[in-house]
Design a protein around this ligand. Structure first.
Ligand code: UD1
Length: 400
């Protein structure tokens, strides 16, 4: 990626681009180079709030995706929602005071998204929200609150699906501020996909990966122990408070995964929140002697390589619902609702909640029939960031 002009001596007021948590990184990885593209690059500063800070949750993504080191790292870390949001706000305000940005760009729906949007708007700085208008209509989800409030205070709103435009209009947002631009996360997916390794190579680098492959069924024409072949494994991710914070729900889900793994071996990259809870509650033995491989959080390239060749994905992640739809891989979402309905209507996603019977039935259906085929939604074409950049250059390209 080209270097970003962030020198303090630059006379131009920058556009401040904010990231905070893992799902923000792949979105910003597409947006930054598009903003910087000649002949009319916008001056940009990258701010990382530090909401996610572990190497596996941050550095791996920055390096693999070619995101430059943040110009400002606020080092906020973990905390309750109130503490984390307040701390981000306190630490972001001086950045605005120092740089007088022409606008602040936020992505997604994490606490960093809302916190920085709120600081900016109260200082009279225009707010740009990428991935606006998604709604689960479930206000127990912290992300839903972040989405609703960020959209209300944003000046320019970029959407990934047309239903989001309609929703924003229903919420009183003027249509002139809404742009259907497509999905920047899929821009990054399409860029990286050609260079992902095959699953056996990735598993070979993971603790327990060789044993896992050896224990997985192999087709009769393959006899080596490392022949986990495309389509023969499933991927699991879990991190939503509704699934992992209550030990009884988590234990029930782990037992269910153990049962599913008798039919298809499962790779389970664990979010720190989930790993902590499993450790504290002493639940790891539920996965032992099952064909489930728990791993640390994986880098973007490794995860994409495993997901792209998976037979199915079981997840409560928002991003994976979209990525599986773009890849044509069947996805069972372990939630009762989704803020990304297009992945169910047009893509490969099915909602099964966290009820073990429904999960097992969903898996059986995929294994028997191949699962939903779906198609890739409109404008998930690898060009979303360029469309966004063109509009932003029109709006903010002449400010100094
Ligand atoms: C956050 C987002 C969620 C997103 C998810 C992706 C909010 C409200 N939630 O949830 O929307 O889907 O990121 O990962 O913004 N932790 C670490 N190392 C880290 C980061 C977190 O160990 O680098 C642990 C800490 O124990 C922390 C817990 O994970 O308390 C939760 O982190 P937090 O950022 O509060 O929320 P996530 O569950 O990651």
């Amino acid at each position: 990626m080209d270097a970003i002009d962030t020198s303090p001596a630059s006379p131009a007021r920058p556009l401040l681009c904010v990231v905070g948590a893992r799902p923000n990184f792949m979105k910003m990885a597409a947006i930054l180079p598009a903003l910087q593209q000649p002949p009319d690059p916008l001056p940009v500063r990258l701010v990382h709030t530090g909401q996610h800070y572990d190497a596996a949750m941050k550095e791996a993504f920055f390096v693999q995706l070619g995101i430059p080191e943040p110009d400002d790292d606020l080092g906020v870390g973990s905390g309750s929602h109130a503490v984390q949001t307040a701390e981000i706000m306190k630490r972001f305000e001086p950045v605005i005071d120092q740089w007088h940005p022409r606008a602040v760009l936020v992505v997604g729906d994490v606490n960093s998204t809302l916190a920085c949007a709120l600081v900016a708007t109260k200082k009279g700085v225009p707010v740009i929200h990428v991935e606006a208008g998604l709604r689960s209509f479930d206000r127990t989800m912290p992300e839903e609150i972040n989405r609703i409030l960020t959209d209300q205070i944003a000046d320019l709103l970029f959407t990934t699906e047309k239903e989001a435009d309609a929703q924003l209009r229903r919420e009183g947002i003027h249509p002139d501020r809404i742009y259907f631009a497509g999905n920047v996360m899929i821009d990054t997916l399409l860029r990286i996909l050609p260079r992902v390794p095959d699953p056996a190579t990735i598993l070979g680098t993971l603790p327990g990966g060789h044993a896992f492959m050896a224990s997985s069924e192999v087709p009769s024409d393959r006899h080596d122990s490392e022949s986990l072949v495309p389509g023969s494994h499933g991927i699991v991710t879990l991190h939503r408070p509704a699934n992992v914070d209550d030990p009884r729900i988590l234990a029930r889900l782990l037992d269910c995964l153990g049962e599913v793994s008798r039919d298809i071996p499962l790779i389970f990259p664990m979010h720190p929140r989930t790993a902590n809870q499993i450790r504290v509650q002493g639940l790891l033995d539920r996965l032992q002697k099952q064909r489930v491989l728990p791993t640390p959080p994986l880098g973007y390239v490794e995860m994409l390589g495993l997901v792209a060749r998976a037979r199915l994905v079981l997840t409560d992640s928002g991003g994976l619902q979209e990525e599986t739809t773009a890849l044509g891989v069947p996805c069972l979402t372990l939630r009762d609702n989704t803020e990304r309905p297009i992945t169910v209507q047009q893509g490969t996603n099915t909602l099964v909640g966290n009820n073990p019977e429904k999960i097992r039935a969903g898996v059986a259906e995929i294994l028997a029939g191949g699962g939903k085929k779906g198609h890739v939604p409109e404008l998930w074409d690898g060009q979303a960031a360029l469309r966004i950049a063109a509009i932003l250059k029109h709006h903010f390209g002449h400010a100094t």
